[in-house]
Design a protein around this ligand. Structure first.
Ligand code: 1BN
Ligand code: ZN
Length: 390
């Protein structure tokens, strides 16, 4: 009998392991189905003309000039004076639009700082828009190998996201709309130094530090009615200033947040920037620490490893202002503002919720298999106890 029981438990353990090994493909199927759903999407609003009054306030020349201002500080490598001066400039500019604070931390004893700027800070829901402002310490992909140990200017890689966010913040701050959501603009330091940009550093040190600090010291960040659960969406802008802008589908991202932003891109007729039939790619960018906490994220990023993606200057000395496309700065800024207008418009009387990416243990099939195994194990134990009694 003992042997029979052991065989039974062994059988269930093996089936569970089989389920686990199958599960990534189950998750994949769900993802490709959701891609299909996106493909089949027909804009429900297409019969109405879009109110773009707010998006029309966005000025891509201001965004372009915001890149120039960052480059004027020089290389914004973490721990340098140029980085500090740029952080102080972003912080003081953002103080024109709302509250803005610098949060200091260290990576391997090098002083770093994130900036968080808040517009309408006291609401119980929060929408976060983020970018990194540090620039990479090495141009390891430069065609000229004598330049590969030199830093990059980061007009696109870093500069473009920051510049567009600052212009979006200006538009929101000058709007007369009584928002019922808080907007956070987060500028991360220490994103771009992994794989020996700075020896011993990982990618995304600033966002990893922030999510830990949000969890360990929530009172430093959140108002009375707020917590990590108040974060309705987190949208990251990374390399949004290249030619022929075409965003990828990132695999940590929320399917429905992506669908909402991409459909708004289509309503604005930016179809090629927001492809509906894209494959998913896994990018370990600054949104990942937030996605891992169950926050719905979207990484607006290009296929930067592909030389035909419109930005062949990734991690090279040619990541400069002359290669920046004002059109791309405009497309990104207008789409994000239109998203804010459509989704967080107080006239709607409610705030749309987005689901975060399904994790392994939230997959209903995995949960079902787990419950089945626990149930059967209990039944066996009971049966064994009854048999022993008899
Ligand atoms: C984005 C731009 N990243 C770096 N420069 C983030 C990243 C890190 C992307 C590791 C891929 C791998
Ligand atoms: Zn980079």
């Amino acid at each position: 009998m003992e042997k029979k029981l052991i065989n039974f438990i062994r059988f269930f353990l093996i089936s569970y392991l089989f389920f686990i090994s199958l599960s990534p493909s189950i998750i994949k199927i769900t993802q490709s189905e959701s891609t299909l759903q996106i493909q089949e999407y027909k804009p429900i609003n297409s019969q109405f003309s879009l109110n773009t009054t707010l998006a029309d306030q966005y000025n891509s020349t201001f965004a372009y000039n915001n890149i120039q201002s960052q480059l004027d500080f020089g290389y914004r490598i973490p721990g340098t004076n140029e980085n500090l001066e740029c952080a102080n400039w972003i912080n003081s500019q953002m103080q024109n639009y709302g509250e803005s604070e610098i949060y200091n931390f260290t990576v391997n004893e090098i002083p770093c700082r994130n900036i968080i700027s808040r517009i309408n800070p006291n609401m119980s829901q929060i929408a976060i828009f983020a970018a990194h402002y540090d620039s990479r310490a090495i141009a390891e992909k430069d065609l000229n190998d004598s330049l590969r140990d030199s830093p990059i200017l980061g007009a696109n890689d870093g500069g473009s996201g920051v510049a567009v966010l600052m212009e979006i913040a200006r538009v929101l701050a000058t709007s007369k709309i009584n928002w019922n959501i808080s907007f956070w603009f987060v500028f991360f330091d220490a994103e771009d130094q992994g794989n020996s940009g700075i020896p011993g550093w990982d990618w995304c040190e600033g966002s990893k530090w922030m999510i830990n600090d949000l969890k360990n010291n929530p009172n430093v960040y959140f108002r009375d009615t707020q917590s990590l659960n108040s974060i309705n969406s987190f949208i990251l802008l990374d390399m949004v200033g290249g030619d022929n802008l075409k965003f990828i589908h990132e695999s940590y991202d929320s399917d429905d947040l992506r669908q909402r932003v991409f459909e708004i891109g289509h309503l604005l007729e930016y179809d090629s920037t927001f492809p509906l039939d894209a494959n998913e790619y896994k990018i370990e960018d600054d949104h990942v620490p937030f996605a891992k906490e169950g926050i719905p994220t979207l990484d607006l990023i290009i296929k930067f490893w592909d030389l035909t993606c419109g930005w062949p200057y990734h991690h090279t000395s040619e990541d400069t202002l002359e290669h920046i496309s004002r059109d791309s700065l405009e497309i990104t800024g207008r789409t994000v503002i239109q998203f804010i207008y459509e989704v967080y418009n107080p006239e709607l009387g409610f705030i749309e919720k987005f689901s975060s990416k399904e994790t392994f243990f939230s997959n209903p099939i995995v949960i079902g298999a787990g419950i089945l195994i626990i149930g059967v194990s209990i039944a066996i134990l009971i049966k064994k106890a009854v048999m022993k009694k008899n």
